[in-house]
Design a protein around this ligand. Structure first.
Ligand code: NDP
Length: 809
């Protein structure tokens, strides 16, 4: 008879299959044929074709779905529009009750939801049962709370309206919850398009909406492929698009919605670093890697797909990882003791195989465990790649499969540089027993979520979302709710008439000659005959424009006030370079120090109040308004000096033994095209909030009053403003804005100007997915004294990074 310890030596797992009976019965109830859920009823008419969905583990067809046409999408949007005012009128408590009921029903049907999810997507039942579905319920409970608290938490805000939501196949039900719960809580109605491969749990969710008596049209589900998604994106009745998926499709959506006024949040791809310092607990690290890249077969946008390990422990970690990979169990997703299920589709499997083959040709060494992978179904084994160059395909391209690369570093700063050597910025893990090191590195890694000594932990109370080409906007937590509301003052979308630059006096106007030569001639008749051409301001120095051209600036009475440099593409690029080199040192100064500099700017501006007021009066022709604008500008500098050390983050109550810090970080290098009206107040209103929170700025001032910005150079120079923090390029907008909007090293752009030009800015921003905030021809309203300052500006100037720090033994 063998002893217990010996039994453990050779113990094998037996099969532990989860029953599919419940799910099969549910599918049969619908004869395995589904339509769309529109206006509270199942609609199976329309011109769209049908398509089959298969269980990826068995390749068996499990249901037939309707391909949503543009007509179906239009019907769903109409239903959502019709329902929206009633849903909003229901009030916070009414909406909270429905969200609470949805959460309860999800819990009651948890088993069916988990089995159906695993059958449809191929993820292990262990994960759908223990992670996806509980988190979905948690999301609805949490957001039932936000619905209840909306009036207190977000005074002066209202729902965006009708929201179009498009989700991918990797977490079908969880992504649905991340989208639907906050939208409903804030009083919006919606149309959701699930992924073509994985729509079944969304359809079961529709049934749950019916069961809880959710008013018809509040939630509409339209199935179909990318064309259905594109129809939803393009529908003029949609006020906002919330998208999760690939960066390529995110870019298409950014371009397609440009100029439409639709709000946009994008949760896109990633190539997240998993940084292991030499002092880490390597056994914990190994389990971390399992969760980082083999969870959900690596089909996770924030998968830790790049292990960056400190050289001294690299070999040990590699050996430990190989040993652990040998014990991973891959197989039937419905087997309760399986660690890894099946890849969602043959097409995705082919993509993974193709990328790994490409990596091999580039010299990668590819290691897989010795056990064999099932032949039937789209299975792919856990895979560890070494000898990969940081620029190699495997290190740069999002594989979306169970493939991890391991690369080494020597110093913390090298680790940070390698971590940031990607176009993405979704998440990162940092492993070290040294809390100082972890919290030193966390702010330096450009990613929306940082997990310290943990990975892939999520909760409804914490925001999730990207930096850089991983997209913008947050899902979850207080920060996620801002995506679904807007200030009441933004509701009026009517376009204003933009002020034009003043024209020269009638003599020049008659000849129509506003050329620099004519201007120079005009200056020569004035006294004193000195050069009054203001230069550009780049890197703390006054710089001549590259093109050596200037533009005349006239007062309201047509008198020549002076000339400004006519900046071109090269000047914009120089300014961006200066802003970039100043950015990290400005961002890492203390908030107190930035506040001091803003106060100093106000103080020095005030010293020259008479001169600025005269100039403002000459530009506008309204001396009284000039006094008010001058006073408001000084006050506004004070406001942002005050905010600089008060625009704080939060600590989220996530239900683990950890603290989750939601830090507000600057976006980086920001372009700002200032409003034409109020040339001084407009400049201050945009630039001050941006620099208060640590951004550096390339500003294109008002074309009506650019001299108000150039007059500020001397104020900058006497106020301890470090070089490169504010850069000013004057000139003609059409010659500079496209360069700024398309520049890959500009992280965000505010544009205050007409609707058409706003649309072009949004379109051009898609290149590097920079964040944009455009006024669609409403600059004056935005800058009104009550609205032109405050939290909305600061929110647009920052992005939230969530840092998860566990504690305890
Ligand atoms: P996509 O970005 O193509 O799909 C995401 C969603 O958008 C799906 O519902 C899709 O429909 C829909 N869609 C596709 N084209 C359009 C369009 N032009 N307009 C509007 N909606 C559209 O991702 P895939 O599923 O094709 O996966 C491709 C790659 O994207 C993966 O290999 C992975 O690298 C990455 N990815 C990243 C995810 C993330 O969370 N970051 C999630 C999923 C994928 P349908 O699928 O029905 O065609």
């Amino acid at each position: 008879m063998s002893r217990v310890a010996e039994v453990f030596e050779s113990l094998e797992y037996g099969p532990a299959p989860e029953s599919t009976d419940l799910a099969e019965a549910w599918l049969d109830r619908y004869q395995r044929s589904f339509g769309h859920f529109i206006g509270g009823i199942w609609s199976d008419e329309g011109e769209g074709d049908r398509f089959d969905v298969a269980n990826p583990a068995t390749a068996q067809v499990i249901a037939s779905l309707r391909q949503g046409s543009a007509g179906d999408v239009a019907k769903a949007v109409d239903a959502a529009r019709e329902a929206q005012s009633g849903w909003w009128a229901l009030g916070p408590h009414g909406r909270a009750r429905y969200l609470y009921a949805i959460a309860r029903h999800i819990q009651k049907r948890a088993r069916l939801l988990a089995v159906l999810e695993s059958m449809d997507n191929g993820k292990p039942i262990r994960e759908s049962r223990d992670l996806d579905v509980p988190l979905v319920a948690r999301h609805f409970y949490h957001h039932a709370g936000w619905a209840q608290l909306m009036e207190d938490a977000f005074p002066g805000h209202e729902p965006v309206g009708v929201v179009g939501q498009i989700i991918p196949w990797n977490f079908p039900l969880l992504m649905l919850a991340w989208k639907i719960a906050p939208a409903l809580a804030m009083g919006n109605t919606l149309v959701l398009k699930p992924a073509e491969f994985t729509s079944l749990t969304a359809l079961l969710f529709a049934e749950i909406c019916g069961d809880v008596g959710l008013p018809a049209g509040v939630v509409n589900i339209v199935t179909g492929d990318g064309d259905t998604g594109a129809a939803l994106v393009g529908h003029p009745g949609v006020d906002k698009i919330a998208f999760t998926g690939s960066t390529d499709v995110g870019r298409i959506i950014r371009e397609a919605t440009a100029g439409s006024g639709k709000r946009l949040s994008l949760e896109l791809g990633g190539k997240s670093p998993f940084i292991v310092f030499g002092d880490s607990d390597l056994d914990s690290v190994v389990e971390g890697v399992v969760d980082a890249i083999w969870f959900n077969q690596g089909e996770v946008c924030c998968a830790g797909s790049r292990i960056l390990v400190q050289e001294g422990v690299a070999e040990t970690l590699e050996l430990k990882l190989r040993a652990r990979m040998e014990t991973l169990r891959l197989g039937d997703p419905l087997d309760k003791s399986v660690d890894m299920g099946v890849i969602v589709s043959p097409a995705q499997l082919e993509r993974i195989e193709g990328l790994v083959a490409q990596g091999r040709t580039e010299g990668a060494e590819v290691w897989q465990p010795s056990w064999s992978t099932p032949r039937e179904g789209s299975f792919y084994p856990p895979t560890l790649c070494t000898n990969v160059a940081p620029s190699g395909t495997l290190a740069q391209v999002e594989i979306f499969g169970p493939v991890v690369v391991l690369m080494t570093f020597r110093t913390p700063s090298e680790a940070v540089a390698m971590a940031n050597d990607t176009r993405y910025g979704l998440a990162a893990s940092i492993w070290t027993e040294n809390i100082n090191l972890a919290l030193d590195v966390a702010p330096k890694v450009k990613a929306g979520t940082i997990w310290v000594n943990c990975t892939n932990v999520f909760d409804a109370a914490s925001g999730f979302g990207g930096y850089r080409e991983s997209g913008y906007g947050r899902e979850g937590g207080e920060e996620g709710l801002w995506e679904y509301i807007r200030p009441v003052w933004q509701a009026d979308a009517s376009e204003e008439v933009e002020p034009e630059p003043n024209r020269p006096r009638s003599r020049s106007r008659a000849s129509g000659d506003a050329s620099p030569a004519a201007a120079a001639a005009e200056i020569s008749t004035a006294v004193p005959p000195i050069d009054r051409t203001a230069k550009l301001y780049i890197g703390g120095k006054q710089a001549r424009p590259d093109g050596a051209h200037s533009l005349p600036v006239y007062g309201a009475d047509g008198a020549l006030l002076g000339e400004v440099g006519r900046g071109n593409r090269k000047d914009v690029r120089d300014a961006v370079e200066a802003a970039r080199s100043a950015q990290s040192s400005w961002a890492t100064r203390t908030a107190h120090n930035r506040a001091q500099i803003l106060y100093y700017l106000a103080e020095n501006l005030l010293v020259r109040a008479d001169e600025f007021t005269r100039r403002l009066g000459a530009v506008s022709g309204r001396p009284d308004d000039a006094v008010a604008e001058m006073d408001a500008s000084v006050a506004r500098l004070f406001t942002y000096a005050a905010w600089a050390d008060k625009w704080e983050g939060r600590v989220h109550h996530t239900p683990f033994r950890n603290v989750t810090f939601a830090m507000k970080e600057p976006i980086g290098v920001m372009g700002v095209v200032c409003p034409a009206a109020h040339p001084l107040l407009g400049f201050v209103s945009c630039v001050a909030p941006l620099i208060a929170v640590g951004n550096t700025v390339v500003a294109i001032p008002s074309e009506v009053g650019p001299l108000l910005a150039t007059d500020l150079y001397q104020v900058f120079e006497t106020s301890d403003l470090p070089p490169g923090v504010i850069n000013v390029v004057t000139g003609a907008r059409p010659e500079m804005v496209p360069t700024l909007a398309a520049h890959d090293d500009v992280d965000g752009l505010w544009f205050f100007g007409p609707r058409e030009a706003s649309a072009e800015v949004e379109r051009a921003s898609a290149g590097n997915m920079k964040r944009t905030w455009v006024s669609y021809g409403q600059a004056r309203r935005w800058l009104d004294s009550t609205q032109g300052q405050g939290e909305e500006f600061l929110r647009q100037a920052t992005q939230v990074k969530n840092i998860w720090v566990p504690y305890g033994e």
